[in-house]
Design a protein around this ligand. Structure first.
Ligand code: GLA
Length: 807
C-alpha cells in the first residue's frame, strides 16, 4: 500500500515499511526501510533528522530552509552540487558544461504503471493492482530537467521496485553521465556484510562475502551482458548476517546488459547502495522534450538472514517476472543433443537418441547446435538459419514431424545475435557485424556480434527466427548467446551517439525477443549465454527459464545452483544430467547423484543415451518417473538451504543440503550431496525447514542397489573364491550381486523434522557392510521423500502433538 500525508510517503508490504519525506527545502530524505512499523504522525515527526550543529566542513544544501547537510543524512536520490559527497544516483552535464544539479520536490501521483517505458522489461502486475506505483516528480531548479522516481509495491512477496526517468523540459540539451535505477541509504554502525555472486564460464554464482567498513565496494559487468562474472543480484546487511540470522536487504535489476552495484560507507556511517546501468557504458544527450528511463530494480528486506531474502525473491520472480503461458505450468523433461553429439548432427543419430529418450519417458527433444547452414564447428555458419539437408534430409520440418510422432515435443537451438565471418549472412552484410571499420575486430568463440541497435538487423532476426520456429513447429527454443562485447560501436550510429551503443543493443534485443515471444506465446523459451553469462531478471521477463551453466559436473553444479538459489527460484534454472566422466571436469559421479542435483531445477538429460547400459537406462526411467511424480514440488516448491554456502565445521562434509516444500506444506523433497566422506563419522541427521509443525509426515528414501565394484578388492572379504579387482569375473559378479542401499522409513511430525531432525542410517566406515548401512561416499547424494501421512489409529501421535499446541 502507498500512502502520503503532508509530504511523508509510506510504502508498505505485508511485512515491511519504507518511509521518506520531503524536507522544508524540497529534498527527499529517506527515513526508514525495514520491519513493518506501527506508525503515528507524531512518531514519524520524531524520525525526522534535525541538526543544530554543523560540522567543521559540512555543506548546507539550502541555508534559508534547512540546516541539514545532505552528506550526513539518508537520501532518496542523490546528485552532485548541493553537498552530498557520496556517489550520485544521477549525474548530468548541462549545456554550459556545469555538473551541479539541484533537484527539488515538485509533485507526486499514485497510479498503476501498465508498461515499462522505452521498451524495457518491467515487473508484471495484475490488472487489479491499481494504485500500485508512486511517482515522485523532482525538478532541477536551473535547467528545468525533471527527474521522476517511480516506486511500485508488491505486498505479498515483500518487494518494492524502483526506476528513474529523466526528461529534458528545458531549452538546451542535457547530457546524462549516469542514471542509476535505485538508491538505498541506510544508517549503520560503520560496517556492513555484503554477499555478492562472482564467477566465470562454468563457475557461475560463487557466493562471496565481504565486510565493508569504509569506502566503496563494487560489482559490475562490462562484457555487454549481465555476465557470469558478477550477477546483479546482491545482499547486504549487518555483519553478523548468516543463512537464518540478521537484518539485510536484497536487490536485483531487470536488465541484461552492463550493470553496476556499489555500496559505500560514508563518514557518518551512512551506507549508500546504488544499482543500475553501468555508468561507464551510458552517455546520452537529451534534446529538449526527450527523456531517458532506467531499468527497473527490485529490493526486499529480511530480518531472518539470507533465507528470507531468497524466499521473497523467489516469490517475486515466480509471480511478477515470469509470465505468460508457461508461468505456472510444469516444465517438460528434456533431452538435449549437445553433449551427446556436439556438431556431428545426423538424422539417424538424432532419431536414435530421441527414441531412447522417448522410451525413458522424456518429454521434449532439443536439437542443439550443428543443424543449420554449413555448421560443422564453431568457426562457421552463424547467421545462416537454413536447414542443412545433408545432415537432416527432411529438414527441420521432417525431423520435427518424426519426433512429434514419437510422442515428444520438439525444441530447437538458435544463436541469433551472432554472425560467423564464414557465412552467407556476413558475405552479404558485413556491416551488420559489430566492428570498427579500419580495425581488426577481436573475436570471441570465432564469431562477431550482430548490431542489434539497427532496425534492419532486428527485422532480419525476427524474420529468420519466425521461419525457424514455424517450420520446425517448435515447442521449445534455446536462445543462446556465446560471446562478450569487445567493440562498442555501430556503423549506423553518428559519432556522438556511440556512447549509448551498449544500452541500445539491449533495447534492440528486448524488441526482438518481445516480438517473437508474443508471436509464439506457447513456445517455452530457455535463455542461455555460454551457460549463465546472461542470467538475469530482464531475460526472465521473456523467457521462463535459463540454462544455468555449461558445467554439468554434479559437484560444481550443486555449488552453482546453490548460488543461484539465493536470488532465483528453481523453476527458472535449467539443470541436466550428463555423462560420467563429466565433459567439463572429467570427474566421475554416480548417476543417482547427477540426477539428485539436476532434479532440483528444471530437469533435462544431455548425454548419449544410446551408449548407456541397460541398467543405466532403467535407472533413468525410474528417475524420470520419480521426477514427474514430484515435479510440482521440485519446480514450484519453497526452496530452503539447510546449510550456508561454506563448510562451517569439521563434520560438515556435504556440498549442499536442500529442502523443497510444496506451497501447501503437504509434500517435500530433501536433497543432500556428499562432497568428501570423513572416516568414522556417520552421525547423519535429516533436518528440514518449512514443514508444517503440527502435521505428521512419512519420510522415506528410494530403494537403491549399489555396484559391488565400488567396494574394490574388499569383495575378497566375503567371496569364497579370490576375485581380482576390475577383472572380468569382478564385472560378471557385479551383475549377479548388488549391495542393498539403506532404507529410511519414518513417521514423524513436522515439528520434529524442522527442529530436532531424525538420525539416518549409519554410513559405511571401514568396518563392514552389514544391516542398514548407507553407502554415502564421495559424490554420493540422497533424495528424501516427505509426504503428509494420516496417523495410524491409536498411535496417539496427533493427540500428543495437539497437547503440545503443535509448537
Ligand atoms: C553454448 C551453450 C551450450 C551449447 C553450445 C552450442 O556453449 O551454452 O549449451 O548450446 O553453445 O554451441
Amino acid at each position: 500500500m502507498i500512502t502520503e500525508n503532508n509530504g511523508r510517503f509510506l510504502i508498505e508490504t505485508d511485512h515491511t515499511s519504507y518511509l521518506f519525506y520531503v524536507d522544508p527545502a524540497g529534498f527527499l530524505t529517506h527515513l526508514y526501510y525495514g520491519e513493518k512499523l506501527f506508525l503515528t504522525e507524531d512518531g514519524i515527526d520524531a524520525m525526522i533528522p534535525v541538526i543544530s550543529n554543523q560540522n567543521g566542513c559540512s555543506i548546507i544544501a539550502d541555508q534559508k530552509e534547512s540546516t541539514v547537510s545532505l552528506d550526513d543524512w539518508c537520501q532518496e536520490a542523490s546528485s552532485r552540487g548541493r553537498g552530498d559527497l557520496g556517489q550520485p544516483m544521477i549525474e548530468l552535464v548541462y549545456a554550459d558544461g556545469s555538473r551541479s544539479s539541484d533537484f527539488r520536490f515538485e509533485s507526486f501521483r499514485i497510479e498503476r504503471i501498465k508498461e515499462q517505458p522505452d521498451g524495457l522489461p518491467g515487473a508484471y502486475k495484475e490488472e487489479e493492482q491499481e494504485g500500485s506505483s508512486l511517482v515522485i516528480v523532482l525538478r532541477d531548479q536551473k535547467s528545468r530537467t525533471v527527474l521522476e522516481l517511480v516506486y511500485s509495491v508488491f505486498e505479498e512477496c515483500d518487494c518494492i521496485t524502483r526506476f528513474a526517468r529523466v526528461r529534458n523540459e528545458g531549452e538546451e540539451p542535457v547530457r546524462i553521465l549516469r542514471l542509476m535505477s535505485t538508491q538505498l541509504d541506510v544508517r549503520t554502525d560503520g560496517q556492513q556484510k555484503i554477499l555478492s555472486f562472482s564467477g566465470e564460464w562454468a563457475r557461475e554464482m560463487e557466493p562471496v562475502e565481504t565486510i565493508l567498513s569504509a569506502s566503496r565496494f563494487t560489482v559490475e559487468s562490462g562484457g555487454g551482458t549481465s555476465s557470469n562474472k558478477a550477477n546483479p543480484f546482491i545482499i547486504f546487511g549487518e555483519t553478523e548476517l548468516s543463512e537464518t540470522y540478521g537484518q539485510c536487504y536484497g536487490f536485483n535489476l531487470l536488465y541484461s546488459g552492463n550493470h553496476q552495484e556499489t555500496l559505500e560507507i560514508g563518514g557518518h556511517g551512512r551506507a549508500r547502495f546504488l544499482s543500475g546501468i553501468h555508468p561507464e557504458f551510458l552517455e546520452i544527450t537529451l534534446q529538449p522534450l526527450e527523456s531517458f528511463c532506467s531499468p527497473e530494480a527490485v529490493q526486499t528486506f529480511s530480518d531472518g538472514g539470507y533465507q528470507q531474502i531468497s524466499l521473497h525473491m523467489h516469490a517475486f520472480v515466480r509471480e511478477h517476472i515470469v509470465r505468460g503461458y508457461w508461468k505456472k505450468k510444469e516444465r517438460p523433461i528434456l533431452i538435449n543433443s549437445w553433449e551427446a553429439m556436439y556438431f556431428d548432427v545426423r538424422e539417424k543419430k538424432v532419431l536414435k537418441l530421441a527414441k531412447e529418450a522417448a522410451k525413458a519417458g522424456i518429454e521434449l527433444f532439443v536439437l542443439d547446435d550443428g543443424w543449420f547452414g554449413k555448421r560443422n564447428s564453431d568457426k562457421e555458419a552463424l547467421g545462416d538459419w537454413k536447414d542443412n539437408t545433408e545432415k537432416l534430409p527432411g529438414g527441420l520440418a521432417g525431423l520435427s514431424e518424426r519426433i512429434h510422432a514419437m510422442g515428444m515435443k520438439f525444441g530447437i537451438w538458435v544463436e541469433p545475435e551472432m554472425v560467423s565471418e564464414n557465412s552467407e549472412l556476413y558475405r552479404a552484410h558485413p556491416d551488420y557485424a559489430v566492428t570498427v571499420p579500419g580495425t581488426e575486430p577481436a573475436r570471441g568463440r570465432n564469431q562477431l556480434l550482430l548490431d542489434l541497435t539497427r532496425e534492419e538487423v532486428q527485422e532480419y532476426l525476427i524474420r529468420e527466427m519466425t521461419g525457424v520456429f514455424t517450420r520446425s513447429r517448435a515447442d521449445y527454443v534455446k536462445w543462446d548467446m556465446n560471446r562478450n562485447f569487445s567493440d562498442y560501436y555501430s556503423q549506423a550510429l553518428p559519432a556522438e551517439e556511440q556512447g549509448i551503443f551498449a544500452h541500445r543493443y539491449v533495447l534492440g534485443l528486448y524488441r526482438v525477443i518481445r516480438e517473437l515471444t508474443e508471436r509464439f506465446p506457447k513456445i517455452l523459451f530457455e535463455g542461455c549465454a555460454s551457460g549463465g553469462n546472461r542470467f538475469d531478471l530482464g531475460m526472465l521477463c521473456y523467457m521462463p527459464q535459463i540454462w544455468a551453466s555449461d558445467c554439468t559436473d554434479a559437484l560444481q553444479r550443486a555449488r552453482i545452483q546453490n548460488g543461484y538459489s539465493y536470488g532465483y527460484p528453481q523453476s527458472v534454472l535449467g539443470a541436466h544430467v550428463s555423462a560420467s566422466p563429466n565433459h567439463q571436469t572429467l570427474r566421475r559421479i554416480p548417476l543417482e547423484s547427477r540426477f539428485a542435483i539436476a532434479c532440483a531445477g528444471v530437469l533435462g538429460y544431455e548425454c548419449n543415451l544410446s551408449d548407456l547400459s541397460a541398467g543405466e537406462l532403467a535407472e533413468i526411467r525410474e528417475e524420470v518417473k520419480l521426477y514427474k511424480e514430484w515435479r510440482e514440488v521440485l519446480q514450484f516448491g519453497q526452496f530452503y538451504r539447510l546449510k550456508g554456502h561454506a563448510a562451517k565445521g569439521r563434520f560438515d562434509t556435504e556440498a549442499v543440503r536442500w529442502n523443497i516444500v510444496s506451497p501447501d506444506g503437504t509434500r517435500a523433497v530433501g536433497i543432500t550431496f556428499q562432497n568428501q566422506v570423513l572416516p568414522n563419522y556417520s552421525h547423519r541427521y535429516l533436518k528440514t525447514r518449512g514443514l508444517l509443525e503440527d502435521r505428521i509426515y512419512h519420510v522415506y528414501n528410494r530403494s537403491l542397489k549399489y555396484d559391488i565394484r565400488r567396494m574394490g578388492d574388499l569383495i575378497n572379504t566375503v567371496s569364497p573364491i579370490p576375485v581380482k579387482q576390475d577383472s572380468l569375473l569382478h564385472g560378471a559378479l557385479s551383475h549377479l550381486v548388488q549391495l542393498d542401499g539403506e532404507k529410511e522409513d519414518h513417521i514423524v511430525t513436522g515439528s520434529i523434522l524442522n527442529k530436532a531432525g531424525i538420525p539416518l542410517a549409519s554410513g559405511y566406515q571401514g568396518t563392514g557392510f552389514e544391516g542398514n548401512t548407507a553407502f554415502y561416499q564421495d559424490y554420493d547424494a540422497r533424495i528424501f521423500l516427505i509426504e503428509e501421512a494420516a496417523p495410524a489409529e491409536g498411535t496417539g501421535i496427533r493427540e500428543a502433538v495437539s497437547r503440545s499446541g503443535g509448537k
